[in-house]
Write a protein that binds this ligand. Structure first.
Ligand code: BEZ
Ligand code: FE
Length: 282
């Protein structure tokens, strides 16, 4: 009888002549690691049938509005790993993190200082920031795309009670590299748990929560685009974010400020939160 190692060697030998050199590297490594995994855990036929049924359910849950495979990659830490190995740099730029499924390509353009939330979306927050070079110079005319969930933990695209474009917007930085808007303090929220990945997370004894964050995509001519978040330093789940997206340099303290909140966000409120973040582009 041939041994598991001999079988793996035979399969690898059939992939020595894959025409595309990069595909050859990838498929041979994938076969090596998949076979090593099945050999190491002595995978049973029933377990592999359950694995295939799980992947089939992930496919059935996926359509053009919801991608359960991305959620699977996110919750297994693979999305963050790919981001790390693909972007590894020590040039001093702001670190990136997961894009997530709720970015939209055509968020409304907004003026600096705009209100992007409704009173019922949460506690008023003045969000300010600058876009800078690695040498600390301001980058004018950079595009800062911002999006976040409401206090109910839902993005506009998930919530029929929000109008499209609520809690999101694209801003252009001024001459000092600055931008700002009025929004709400982010809260932790669970990733979707109604599909097979939610069942997987529960079966693994994990919680489905993301630490409170605001998403950003920052771009400017001549610089590498950045996809990242800022996290609230007081949030729960910073050390157990379900998609492993938290990085130390992205955590910000939120300050309490006395001052006037724009009428559209909260009438007669004279106290709000303030969060600031600089984004350094390579
Ligand atoms: C998000 O932060 O929007 C997100 C990221 C990964 C999976 C689900 C949601
Ligand atoms: Fe999010």
């Amino acid at each position: 009888m041939i041994s598991p190692e001999e079988l793996t060697a035979n399969v690898l030998a059939s992939h020595e002549e894959v025409p595309d050199p990069r595909l050859r590297v990838i498929i041979r490594s994938l076969i090596t690691h998949l076979h090593a995994f099945a050999t190491e855990v002595v995978l049973t036929q029933d377990e592999w049938a359950a694995g295939i049924a799980f992947l089939t359910a992930v496919g059935h849950m996926t359509d053009d509005r919801r991608n359960e495979f991305i959620l699977l990659s996110d919750t297994l830490g693979l999305s963050m790993l790919v981001d790390l190995v693909d972007h590894y740099s020590d040039a001093g730029e702001t670190e990136s993190t997961v894009l997530g499924p709720f970015w939209v390509a055509d968020a409304p353009w907004r003026e600096n200082g705009a209100v992007i939330a409704r009173p019922e979306d949460g506690d008023p927050l003045h969000l300010t920031g600058r876009v800078l070079t690695t040498g600390g110079e301001p980058i004018a005319e950079a595009i800062v795309d911002v999006w976040q969930a409401s206090a109910k933990g839902l993005y506009d695209v998930q919530d029929p009670e929000q109008t499209p474009g609520n809690l999101r917007g694209r801003f252009r930085t001024g001459a000092d590299g600055g931008f700002d808007c009025w929004t709400v303090r982010p809260v932790p929220y669970p990733v979707p748990t109604d599909g097979p990945v939610g069942k997987m997370v529960a079966a693994l004894g994990r919680h489905p929560w993301r630490a409170a964050h605001i998403h950003f995509r920052v771009s400017a001519d001549g610089y590498q685009a950045l996809t990242t978040h800022l996290f609230d330093a007081e949030s729960e789940y910073l050390d157990s974010d379900v998609v492993f997206g938290v990085k130390e340099m992205l955590i910000r303290s939120i300050r309490r400020v006395e001052g006037v909140v724009p009428e559209e966000l909260a009438s007669k409120r004279f106290e709000y939160f303030e969060m600031s973040g600089d984004f350094i582009l390579a």
